[in-house]
Design a protein around this ligand. Structure first.
Ligand code: C2G
Length: 129
C-alpha cells in the first residue's frame, strides 16, 4: 500500500478539494494531509473563515483522508514525508513545479485543479447574496 501526502488550507471545504483528495487517494491506499494552521495561514497571507480545528474536523470526516497533521511552516515537508513514509507527494496544478525539490525522496505529482470553484469565489458569492 502506498502512502500519499498533500497539504492545504481547505477553508470552506468544496468540490475542488473533494476531487483532489479523491484522485490523490486513488494513487495510493493511504492519504495523509498537512492542514495549514491559522498561524501559518497568516504567514501565507490567507485569512480563513473556518478555524484550524473546524478545517481539521471536516478533513478527518472525508472518506478519502486517513490522517491529518498541522502544517506550520513551508519547510516541514521533507521531515513529514520521511516521518509518514510517503511514496507520493501530490498537489493541485496551481503548485506545478513548486515542490520539485522533493523529487529526491518522493514521487511528486501535480493534478489538474478543478475549474470554476475556489474558496475566494465562495466567499464572494456569500457576500453578494
Ligand atoms: N485545489 C484544486 N482545485 C480547486 C481548489 C483547490 O485542486 N478548485 C487544490 C489546490 O491545488 C491544493 C488543495 O486543493 O492542492 C488545497 O487548496 P488550498 O486549501 O487553497 O491550499 P493552499 O492555500 O494552496 O495551501 O504548503 C502548501 C500549502 O499549504 C497549500
Amino acid at each position: 500500500m502506498k502512502t500519499v501526502i498533500s497539504y492545504g488550507t481547505f477553508d470552506l471545504f468544496h468540490l475542488g478539494h473533494v476531487r483532489l483528495l479523491r484522485r490523490l487517494k486513488s494513487l495510493g491506499g493511504q492519504l495523509v494531509i498537512g492542514c495549514s494552521t491559522d498561524e501559518f495561514n497568516a504567514l501565507k497571507g490567507k485569512k480563513c473563515i473556518m478555524s484550524y480545528e473546524q478545517r481539521v474536523e471536516i478533513l478527518r470526516s472525508c472518506r478519502y483522508v486517513d490522517a491529518v497533521f498541522p502544517e506550520q511552516s513551508w519547510d516541514q515537508k521533507r521531515e513529514d514525508i520521511i516521518r509518514e513514509k510517503a511514496d507520493i507527494f501530490g498537489m493541485g496544478s496551481d503548485w506545478e513545479g513548486k515542490f520539485d525539490d522533493l523529487k529526491d525522496i518522493v514521487d511528486v505529482v501535480y493534478l489538474p485543479r478543478t475549474d470554476g470553484i475556489s474558496t475566494s469565489m465562495l466567499r464572494q458569492e456569500v457576500i453578494k447574496n
